[in-house]
Structure formats: C-alpha cells, structure tokens
Design a protein around this ligand. Structure first.
Ligand SMILES: C[S@@+](CC[C@H](N)C(=O)[O-])C[C@H]1O[C@@H](n2cnc3c(N)ncnc32)[C@H](O)[C@@H]1O
Length: 337
C-alpha cells in the first residue's frame, strides 16, 4: 500500500487535496515520522505526479467502525430512504454532537440519537441546533440526549478550544480556513483579529507562528472564554496574544495599523472600511455573498481601497456553502507597497 511522505506543516492541505482527487486511502491511518507525515494513498498512478516521495509501506488499518459507519449508513437500518433524504450535516464539537432536525424527522429524534452514538461512541451530549440569534451570533440549542451542558473542549489544528455554545459563537467547520490563514501568516507579523469570539483563529495562528496578535470581542462571555483559552494553550503557543473586550467599531479607532487584519465579520455587519483602514499589507475579510454578486463584492473592495488611497489585489475564495447560491467567502486583499 503506498504512502505519500509530506512535511508535517503541509499534511492537512495535502490530505484535503488527496481527498478531493479521490486518492486518499481513508481505510488506513496516517503516521508521524519526525518532521514528516506519511499519508495513506490509493494504489493509483495519480499519486506519483504530486511532487512528494511515494513510499511502499503498510500503514495500520483503521478500526472497521470508523471506516464504514457514517450516520446515513447506520440509520439506513431504521429510517426509510425518503426520510434519509432529510438528514442534515452535523458537527461534533468536543464531546457534543450538534444536529439540525427538520420537521420531517422530528418523529425520528430517538433513532438519530441512537445513530450518532453508534458512529461517535465518545459523545456525551446531543444538541439540536436552532438559528444564530443577535449580534453575538449565538445559536439557540436544545439538548436532546445526555448531560445537560453545552460547554466542552474542542481539539483542532493542535490547539484546545473551550467552547460554550449557549454563551458564545463557535464554528468547527472553519478548521481548514484557520489552518490556511496560519500558513499565510509570517513570523514577526503584527496581526489584528476583530470579531474574535472565543479566539479560535488567534490560537491556531499563535500555535504555529511567532507573532503578536491583538483580538477584539464585544461579547463579554466570549471574551472571558477566550482568556481561558489562552491559559489552556499557554505552553503550546509560539505567538503573543493581547485580548481586548469592546466594540470593534470603537476599539479599532484607538489602535495602530497592523501587518495583517483578519475579519471574521458577523453576518450583516459592514466592517470593510474599518478593517481595511487598519491593514498595512493584508486584509482577510469574510462575508456572505450570492454567487452572482461575487464580482460586485470584489469591485466594492477595490472601490474602498481606492477611497483609502491603497493599491490592492483582491482574490475571493469561496469558503463554505451558506444557503443555496450563497457562500461564505473570504476576500484576501493584498495591499501593495
Ligand atoms: C461570526 S462570529 C466569529 C467568532 C470567531 N472569530 C470564530 O471564528 O469563532 C462574530 C463574532 O463577532 C462578535 N461581535 C459582534 N459585533 C461585534 C463588535 N461590534 N465588536 C466586536 N465583536 C463583535 C460576536 O460576538 C461574535 O463572537
């Protein structure tokens, strides 16, 4: 069985690329070897053209439960094919499984809980997901099984993130995005992250890069959990973190400019002019945009650059689906010298 020998720092993006190309050998486990990771790949000529050494090695097989049992296949035992069509994507945050249950499956809640526990035997809570509410973007959850709590510690990108879903926003699906940005940041940079939440972006970047990061968050609960997260990860962080509790629209006026600004902008908030005005070299600006309006969004950013007397290159990256035809996007804005 072949394996791709990849530098540790590149393992995650290469794994994602392999999965996209259908070349990843998911039945086996990757293995760490010093500064490298051996990624299991399929016996396919495609794996030889990727620019990495291909080794012939027997990587250990994953336990069967992990290979074959996804929620849909497990629930096929209990739900009809018609009902299975309504099954939504779910998240596992620490030991909490979070799932949206549409009205068509309300009568199947017990089966869904049974399926989730079968696929993820370690979970201690199953919560039903409502919608994001208010400026702090906190969702409305109801616990449908297990311990009566919405706090947990989620592991991602080499850091531990304390989360309290009842008090602060957290989205585990941004894991790849956080990793991407951590790779873009250079040692020695000063980075500003408004709308920082429980500071997942801050932690992942500070984990990998020797940088000074300033985080700003308005929700006091999220800010306090963020402080706990700094302590929780203290020993593994290369970078320094300054955390500020306050309204980004007021606090940023008092701050200097930064090499890089990362704005995980809450939906419906326009912080483009503000965040661009604080960026010297790079702005990474998140927003929600209809697929037909991506060109317009790019023009809006270029207009704002001109208005601020900055020459910019703008690249828009689709990060995730938000609703049909609407994407969460990140505008990577490079400010030219
Ligand atoms: C989309 S969430 C992103 C949180 C975090 N960056 C993450 O990825 O988990 C937006 C965050 O901005 C915070 N927020 C909303 N308005 C704010 C403001 N005016 N100033 C600072 N933070 C604000 C919310 O409380 C929320 O935590």
């Amino acid at each position: 069985m072949p394996a791709l020998k990849v530098p540790r720092t590149e393992a995650e993006p290469v794994k994602r690329k392999l999965k996209k190309l259908n070349l990843y050998g998911g039945k086996r486990r990757p293995k760490r070897e010093g500064d490298f990771v051996l990624l299991p790949v399929l016996d396919d000529p495609g794996v030889y053209g990727l620019g990495y050494e291909v080794l012939s090695i027997e990587l250990p097989l994953r336990p069967e439960r992990q290979i074959y049992k996804n929620l849909e296949s497990v629930l096929a035992e209990r739900l009809t094919p018609e009902e299975l069509k309504y099954l939504r994507r779910y998240d596992v945050i620490g030991d909490i499984a979070v799932i949206q249950i549409p009205p068509e499956l309300e009568h199947r809640v017990d089966d869904i809980v049974w399926g989730l526990r079968k696929v993820h035997p370690f979970i201690k809570v199953v919560a039903k997901k409502g919608f994001h509410e208010g400026a702090f973007r906190i969702r409305d959850y109801s616990i449908i099984w297990g311990e009566k709590r919405l706090t947990t510690v989620h592991k991602e990108n080499g850091v531990e993130i304390k989360v309290d879903l009842s008090r602060a926003f957290f989205n585990p699906r941004m894991k790849g995005e956080r990793y991407r940005l951590a790779q873009l940041v250079k040692d020695g940079e000063r980075v500003l992250i408004p709308f920082a939440g429980v500071i997942p972006y801050v932690l992942v970047i500070a984990r990998y890069k020797n940088v000074k990061i300033t985080a700003v968050e308005l929700n006091e609960e999220a800010y306090k959990i963020g402080l706990e997260n700094i302590e929780l990860n203290r020993k593994r962080l290369k970078g320094e973190i300054e955390s500020i509790h306050g309204d980004a629209f007021e606090v940023l006026q008092e701050l200097p400019t930064f090499d890089r600004v990362i704005s995980p902008t809450p939906r419906g908030v326009d912080a483009l002019a503000l965040t661009l005005s604080k960026a010297r070299k790079w702005l990474h600006y998140y927003d929600f945009v209809h697929e037909e309006k991506i060109g317009e969004f790019r023009e809006r950013i270029l207009d704002e650059c001109r208005r601020q007397g900055k020459e910019c290159n703008v690249r828009i990256k689709k990060v995730s689906d938000f609703k049909p035809h609407v994407f969460k996007v990140c505008a990577d804005v490079k400010i030219l010298e």
